[in-house]
Design a protein around this ligand. Sequence first.
Ligand SMILES: [Zn+2]
Length: 546
Amino acid sequence: MQKMKENRHFRILAIIVSLVIILGVLMSANKTVYAASKSIVSISYQTHIQDIGWQDYVCDGTASGTSGQSKRLEAIRIQLASEGIGGGIEYRTHVQDIGWMDWVSDNEVSGTSGHSKRLEAIQVRLTGAAGTAYDVYYRVHVQDIGWMDWAKNGEASGTTGYGYRLEAIEICLVLKGGTSPGVSSWPFVDAYAPSATVDYKAHVQNIGWQNYVSNGALCGTSGQSKRLEAIQIKLENIAGDIEYRTHVQDIGWMDWVSDNEVSGTSGHSKRLEAIQIRLTGAASEKYDIYYCVHVQNRGWMDWCKNGEFAGTVGYGYRMEAIKVILVKKGWPAPAPVENIVSPSSNDQLVYIDGFLDPRSVTPVIVPDPTSLTTLVNKFNAVPAEYVPALVLALSSKGCYIRPEAAEAWNLMRTACRTATGSTLYICSGYRSYTTQKSSFDDAIATKGVVRAISKYAYPGRSEHQLGLALDVATTATKTISGSFLTTPAGAWMAAHAHEYGFILRYPSGKENITGYAFEAWHFRYVGVEPATAMYINGQTLEEYLG
Ligand SMILES: [Zn+2]
């Protein structure tokens, strides 16, 4: 009985001792590199810094160098204290104007001193038994980037080809196969390596499949009111996949597809309205995928990333263009896309006597010519075939104008007659593309280029094609005149036209903004609120629309 009791005590004691030992082993295995390595193996290093010289040795993950002082590392020494284990350490640096230097080992100098050359990248590796028992991890602080991700066991850390200096370094040991001290996606970037790209193309209304574009270039159209109908997206020079799905008119969200499969429809005249794009596998560890879309009535929307939803649903708005770009993990998002639809190729603009020759301009086709504030000028054109709804204007030379403008015209004419006794008269209202073409061609031929480009609109770029422009005189003269604004009716118009929704479209002193010489007779209907705002602020339509 006594024997059994002792035996049991012994067994309990043995179990407790075993537990303590197991716990100890588990704890030491779980310990961080710093504690573990200090007790057995330690790594220490010193750097030579611009304007400072050699710093003191630090060890086991402590930073050597400076940050926020814009000082380059010029050289480094690294040594391993590995008593009882054996083995050593080797390293080499990539130096400005020199490139990769030869490998050195065990506290030899790598880099230069007295030559004002920056270190740009480094490789470090263990040798012998130390290399069997430990992984060596290191990361560098790089000019304009900050701390890069951790590299290990001879991988490159830093950059090459960018001219960025190393400013600081941390090096530490981890028991073989242990956890990395931090993220290790991007320890190194080589400017000359073939870069990963994302290529994409779209099927566009009335155009069909366009050619591939890459890395943030515009895909689709801008300012042409054409819907995207389908899209294909693929990756190059990188492992991993890209997946995407689109929201299609009358269908809704389609299934996810990947790697250059078609998302959307063709031959069904259905618009893409929204899209989601995401990376998988290795690509998703190294990159974020950003994308932004140009949406009807909205313009360019903000960048979205990694599966976020871009576009609109429930508004019936078409996507007209898209940009897609890969951004390295942790690097800044792309700059916002300017919400401006700019002409596509206007680098050869011709000015004569200060006036832009419209023949040198590639105009944008305005997205909605029916809008009362549609901007039509030398840069913004109406589709040639566009004809607005029209009514015959009263008190006119048989002119047709938009019904909204006609209603305002009647109110304004009555008010002007009451105030001044003069009756307003329209010499010209709606003019078709064809009429405008004859008019412009005739002016070039008979009046000379300067007079033609300063007074006559190019076909498609006349406000008269909108049905919203009136060339105004009085029934007393029935002809346009540069002195109209000095007559009682003209002076009244100058002060009151905005109350009826009209603006003097080509005022004196704004020629460089409107592109036209002063016209005392040309008024444009935009609606009371916009007209009043422009009148109060002394703005042209260009300035008002920004
Ligand atoms: Zn006119």
